[in-house]
Design a binder for this molecule. Structure first.
Ligand code: PMP
Length: 390
């Protein structure tokens, strides 16, 4: 069977920097004790009350096809939440429920890019970004951000790629850097998009995990309501990664077209799962604070361990469940550092290079294991780094 160029282009070419991750998984499979600080999955589980809500729904008979755009009750809850948190008028007609933020990202790009068009995304980036654009036969173009600016995008870097671009994908709070874009950055990005008529896709799946600064949704800035598609998800806010519930927020006429894609692709999200999501969103802020506070507390532990450390630099960790460490003082690439750390200390972290060229010489540490183990591993990691600095 001859495969399409599009499906073959998803993974791209060359090393993807995930070797350390796969190697650590192989070591675990052969019985090694590895401390994994790699992927963005909570160590806490979905709250039992959410599972009870799902169970009640499924037993009440919600096992048939659910409304393809998402159940009205859930879309109402999401719309209310977005409107109260951003001040931007949002109705259920602005909301499409998808199978996770992942499908929302893909749908948003399909709505904006034709074959051969250019979609921009900021580097470093969440691993699936370029593949999602390439899968459409579009040109995925990384825009660099820089460690010396704490990975806040700069206008000059965006301008260099403005010509012919149709969309720009941003992510704040950011995976992998832990950076929250400042108001100034968001305003600059909005102005850039309006000036060049580039549609903005704002991936806000970490919006409940903000440790310092404030989360600003660009959709709330002047003239941006019709220029922005917002990506949201239950995965990170409510530790519901496996439920696969996310959404796209956008202008009514765009949402109604993206619905066509859901109709021919997923035909909607299971109704009982949507009911669980609706329950979780209505359970109040305490539940989501509980989920977020685990990482907030671990960040405090990390900051204590790193206090006074001036050779290994922590990129200001303002949000999300990751630490980005600048390890260039060791003279090692992120890749070499991660491989040696795995071999010598059985600690697995992600090389910055896995997330794009802009994070070379950095490593990403996921704060996703219990506090005592996390503190021990980070202390060992720093001690290891010091042995490399002459
Ligand atoms: N965006 C970012 C930045 C992510 O880190 C992730 C998951 N790791 C997603 C989107 C997709 O999340 P989900 O599909 O689980 O909602």
């Amino acid at each position: 069977m001859k495969l399409s160029n599009r499906i073959q282009s998803i993974t791209g070419t060359g090393a993807d920097g995930w070797d350390v991750f796969y190697r650590s998984r192989r070591m675990i499979a052969t019985g090694a004790q590895i401390t994994e600080l790699t992927i963005g999955e909570h160590d806490t589980k979905t709250h039992p009350s959410i599972m009870d809500a799902m169970d009640a729904s499924v037993r009440a008979g919600n096992t048939g096809y659910a409304a393809v755009p998402g159940k009205l009750a859930l879309r109402e809850t999401i719309a209310k939440r977005v409107q109260s948190r951003t001040g931007v008028k949002t109705t259920p007609d602005n909301v499409l429920v998808t199978t996770g933020g992942q499908a929302a990202l893909f749908s948003a790009h399909l709505a904006l890019l034709d074959q051969g068009d250019t979609g921009l995304y900021m580097d470093p980036y969440y691993a699936t970004y370029p593949g999602g654009i390439r899968a459409l036969g579009a040109n995925a173009q990384a825009v660099p951000t820089r460690s010396r600016f704490n990975f806040q995008p700069q206008r000059a870097d965006l301008e260099a790629y403005a010509k012919g671009a149709k969309s720009l994908l941003i992510n704040s709070p950011n995976n992998p850097t832990g950076v929250v874009y400042s108001r100034q950055t968001i305003e600059m990005i909005a102005d850039f998009c309006l000036t060049h008529d580039i549609a903005l896709i704002s991936d806000e799946v970490y919006d409940t995990q903000v440790w310092s600064g404030e989360h600003i949704s660009p959709r709330a800035l002047p003239h941006m309501r019709d220029q922005t598609l917002v990506i949201g998800s239950m995965s990170k806010s409510h530790a519901m990664t496996g439920f696969r519930v996310g959404w796209v927020i956008g202008p009514e006429q765009v949402i109604v077209k993206i619905l066509d894609l859901s109709t021919v692709n997923t035909y909607g999200v299971p109704g009982f799962i949507q009911d669980a999501a609706n329950f979780a969103l209505n359970a109040g802020d305490d539940l989501e604070h509980q989920v977020a506070n685990v990482f907030r507390n671990r960040l405090k532990l990390a900051q204590e361990i790193l206090a006074g450390e001036n050779q290994i630099r922590l990129i200001p960790a303002q949000g999300a469940m990751y630490l980005m460490l600048d390890i260039r003082a060791t003279g090692l690439s992120g890749d070499a550092f991660a491989n040696q750390l795995l071999d010598e200390h059985h600690i697995a972290v992600m090389p910055g290079e896995s997330f794009g060229a802009s994070a070379a010489g950095h490593i990403r540490v996921a704060m996703t294991i219990p506090d005592d183990k996390f503190a021990r591993a980070l202390t060992q990691l720093i001690a290891f780094a010091k042995t490399k600095i002459s």
